[in-house]
Design a protein. Structure first.
Ligand code: GCB
Length: 623
């Protein structure tokens, strides 16, 4: 067993999700799932929390590696000032209730100037009042915390979680007390060689609690998971999982009132109910042109679960992608989870998400978004459902992860499962991607094939892809790009990131003659292409790199090249908005930002925005 993120304290704690860890052949099933948790009743714990840095992780283990010193145990439920005043032998080297305040959810990077580059362990604490009369179960649910999290309630360990972009929840029913409750959370942002993603990326590592924390109340037996969808052959299917003492042999009912659908069933001994039925005649299928959603209710005992769900099919036939049986071209763009503004903090409110997605839908005439390079907020995915944007969803298996490390594989599998279980009711999601730009080795192939297998077990209604690397060769007077990745066999959609003319010396005028050698029987997506431009920097005469003119010409040339790739069925150029990246330090043009956005960090459209918008506008008219 390698070093865990949580050293000593982790050893004595129950696992947040999925204990025991998974057998290699079974798709991990994290728990509790709390599907559609964002629509359940609960107390929002957003707002002021105290915080305190712990760069040496003294609250996790003592300097010799054992139990942390008593004066360092941040989760203790003590009045530090009173205890020290009372007894001169007592020593505390923290006092969270008297530490500075921050507002959550938000990364800490923007919360104080001295935290701008802090990468390590941070402690958060707040109190809240539990309902006076408690009934049923209470879950402490985190939308996401980056990267590893350890949670205590009223001085007692609750659980831990690893992974910066997926939700997790703990049943805290037995730990709540009347009146004031104290919750303490340690969040460690530091990546290691064994984490997913690894330490080297091309985006800001926004440490902290970046999505809402809520105390969710359910009956003793509740609907932990419900998945309602169209199968590949157009039938309506439902899977329900109940959790609690009455989960077995329990009557369950599925209702979609607007469609007159009302179906009853009984759970099995494990609390599962599964049924398939003809899709109602009146069903209007979800599509970008008509993103129809329905209120779906599942009732079981005292619990009433509901969600807003769209229904559609997505398939591959030969080199085509079919939405509701019809070929579709994905007019997309990539985006990071980073809101507009000069000082983003990865707090994706509905307004922040809408500002970005409407640039895609209305500004670019797009129908597709690649949510790179990790699961984005459920706010964004729900909005994509509502606006009619097809989504590519991805896990942060990025560049070089520790392919041979079984713990790393388990982390990736858990994240993937958490992502799929959170989002498989979202009609917008069409593609699950398992990796981005990963160099081919045997160990990597085994790792990624395991993830592809997990996707197929957890969700057989969507397509699987990965952004792959291509080999470059030289033809007589043109580049020859060859996709020789053995993983392609396992995927439904092949995806390629291409930067010829930006990272290479190719002349833009030569791009259209590039030759693409890719399998002819599967759809291809250009999952990335792009060039930096600093908004407002013009150089019409020389069109040097970083000028708006260069970026616009680069788009014209690359789109011209794309038109010659016979199996191309979509694209998600890199990227909608300039985003923070510490690796980008050209002081004239970048200043810590990757400038490949079609809009600047404040939303200013660059010339290339118009190029892509015209291209998509024309394409949209064609279909
Ligand atoms: C890529 C990566 C993306 C980078 C981008 C770039 O291929 O997938 O994460 O940000 O290139 O700008 O170089």
């Amino acid at each position: 067993m390698g070093r865990t993120m949580w050293g000593y304290a982790a050893a004595g704690m129950m696992l947040a999700t999925g204990a025991p860890l998974y057998a290699q052949d079974a798709a991990p099933r994290p728990g509790p799932v709390l599907a559609a948790a964002d629509l359940r009743d609960g107390t929002d714990l957003s707002g002021p929390w105290h915080y305190s840095i712990d760069p040496f992780r003294s609250g996790i283990s003592g300097f010799h590696g054992g139990m942390p010193d008593s004066g360092q145990q941040r989760w203790k439920d003590v009045d530090v000032r009173a205890e020290m005043a009372k007894d001169s032998r007592v020593l505390y080297e923290f006092d969270l209730p008297h530490s500075p305040l921050t507002s959550l959810p938000s990364s800490w990077l923007t919360q104080a100037p001295e935290l701008r580059h802090y990468d390590g362990l941070m402690w958060y604490q707040r109190t809240f009042t539990a309902p006076a009369v408690r009934k049923g179960r209470y879950f402490l649910r985190f939308g996401a915390a980056n990267y590893a999290t350890i949670v205590y309630l009223n001085g007692k360990p609750v659980g831990k979680h690893e992974g910066g972009f997926t939700p997790f929840a703990f049943d805290v029913t037995g730990l709540l007390r009347d009146g004031q409750n104290q919750v303490t959370v340690g969040v460690d942002s530091q990546a290691t060689e064994a984490t997913v993603p690894p330490p080297v990326t091309d985006w800001e590592n926004y440490g902290g609690i970046t999505r809402p924390v809520r105390l969710i109340q359910t009956p003793d037996t509740y609907v932990d998971d419900a998945w309602v969808r169209l199968t590949r052959d157009g039938k309506m299917a439902v899977d329900v999982h109940l959790d609690g003492p009455q989960a077995a042999n329990q009557p369950v009912r599925l209702r979609i009132a607007e469609l007159g659908l009302d179906r009853a069933g009984i759970t099995d001994a494990k609390g599962d109910w599964r049924a398939t039925m003809a899709a109602p005649r009146a069903l209007v299928r979800w599509s970008p042109g008509r993103p129809r959603l329905y209120d779906v209710a599942v009732t079981a005992g005292e619990d009433q679960w509901h969600d807003r769900i769209g229904f559609r099919t997505i398939e591959r036939r030969g080199a085509d992608i079919l939405l509701n049986g019809k070929p579709i071209f994905l007019r997309g763009i990539s985006m990071h989870e980073e809101e507009l503004g000069v000082d983003p903090t990865r707090a994706m409110t509905p307004a922040a998400s809408r500002a970005l997605l409407s640039e895609i839908k209305d500004g670019l005439h797009g129908n597709f978004v690649r949510l790179a390079h990790y699961p984005h907020s459920d706010v964004t995915v729900r909005l994509a459902d509502e606006l009619g944007l097809i989504v590519w969803s991805e896990v942060p298996v990025y560049w070089r992860v520790a392919w041979s490390n079984p713990d790393t594989l388990n982390r990736a599998r858990t994240m993937l499962a958490e992502n799929i279980l959170r989002d498989r009711n979202r009609a917008s999601i069409a593609i699950w991607s398992v990796a981005n730009e990963t160099p081919v080795t045997d160990a990597r192939n085994v790792f990624l094939r395991t993830l592809v297998g997990d996707v197929r077990r957890l969700d057989d209604t969507r397509l699987v892809s990965a952004a792959l690397l291509v080999e470059r060769g030289e033809g007589a007077d043109h580049p020859v790009m060859t996709l020789a990745d053995p993983l392609a066999d396992a995927l439904d959609v092949m995806a390629i990131n291409t930067y010829n003319g930006w990272y290479t010396q190719d002349r833009l005028t030569d791009l259209a003659r590039s030759e693409w050698r890719v399998p002819a029987d599967k759809p291809l997506i250009f999952s990335e292409f792009g060039a930096d431009a600093r908004a407002g920097f013009h150089d019409p005469a020389n069109k040097q790199k970083f000028s708006e003119e260069f970026q616009a010409d680069y788009y014209r040339a690359t789109l011209g090249m794309a038109d010659h790739v016979p199996t191309l069925r979509g694209m998600s150029p890199w990227i909608l908005k300039d985003f923070r990246s510490p690796r980008r330090q050209n002081p004239d043009f970048q200043q810590g930002w990757n400038r490949k956005g079609l809009i600047s960090e404040t939303g200013q459209r660059k010339e290339a925005f118009g190029v892509l918008s015209d291209y998509y506008g024309t394409k949209a008219g064609q279909r």
